[in-house]
Design a protein around this ligand. Structure first.
Ligand code: F6R
Length: 242
């Protein structure tokens, strides 16, 4: 992977946003893979600004969220559908009908994963996938032990991930037990990956992902298998790199 050490989240955000804006100009029906959580917020903010300033037509842009909780009440403000609407669809001015979230409107949770894979394939695949990484090393909600070839499917959140994400909920008990996530194999089929990480809490996961053995024990290490992965980390997240 190409690794860029940036001074700030804002610097990373503007680099990634510039690249995505250029993609949309050259390919108006570009397919974006959308992460949630705190990490990509600077990307979305910078991209919204560029789209507005340059008057870029985004009416054809399509999006696929990486993952979603399973079992939250419909319309819950911390559902990733709600987050994607608030942080991505509205600020960028995307067509809401062109942005999909796994598991949504599924007739059955058993087939929701393969339905999502089929929708991604029908769109022609993801052009650019934005990724964060969890302290456990997860990408999407693929926790350690997830197959490197996995497809979109229902998983159980790791205890550590539930604790990390409790900050978004009123009570830690409100964090769902299950999620539906693109698999590592799904992520690897995107044509360009941007993996971002900021802060010392991510240093160990980043070192394992970039310099450790490629292993299902370290889902982020799958980026080593990808021919076009760009990693943007701040100095704190880069601390454990050799
Ligand atoms: C979010 C996702 C997760 C997060 C990761 C980091 O869609 O799939 O893998 O990217 O948990 O979360 P933050 O960015 O909140 O530190």
């Amino acid at each position: 992977a190409e690794v860029l050490i940036v001074r700030s989240q804002e610097e990373a955000g503007s680099i990634v946003a510039r690249s995505i804006a250029d993609l949309i100009v050259s390919r108006p029906d570009a397919v974006l893979g959308l992460a949630t959580g705190s990490t990509p917020l600077a990307v979305y903010a910078a991209l919204a600004q560029i789209i507005e300033a340059e008057g870029i037509d985004v009416s054809g842009v399509r999006g696929f969220a990486l993952d979603e909780y399973v079992g939250l009440p419909q319309g819950h403000p911390e559902s990733y559908r709600a987050v994607i609407t608030r942080e991505v669809v509205e600020p960028l001015g995307l067509d809401p009908a062109k942005v999909l979230v796994p598991g949504e409107n599924a007739t059955s949770i058993q087939t929701a994963g393969e339905d999502y894979e089929a929708a991604i394939a029908a769109a022609g695949g993801v052009d650019v996938q934005i990724l964060g990484i969890g302290r456990t090393g997860h990408i999407g909600f693929n926790e350690p032990g997830s197959s490197l070839a996995s497809h979109t499917r229902v998983k159980t959140l790791a205890e550590a991930t539930k604790r990390d994400n409790a900050r978004f909920f009123d009570s830690p008990d409100d964090v769902p037990i299950h999620c539906i996530t693109q698999g590592i194999g799904t992520i690897l089929r995107a044509r360009h990956l941007f993996l971002l990480a900021f802060g010392a809490a991510k240093a160990e996961a980043i070192a394992a992902a970039l310099e450790g053995p490629v292993s299902a024990s370290s889902p982020g290490s799958a980026v080593q298998l990808h021919p076009h992965a760009t990693v943007l980390v701040d100095e704190d997240a880069a601390t454990d790199l050799r």
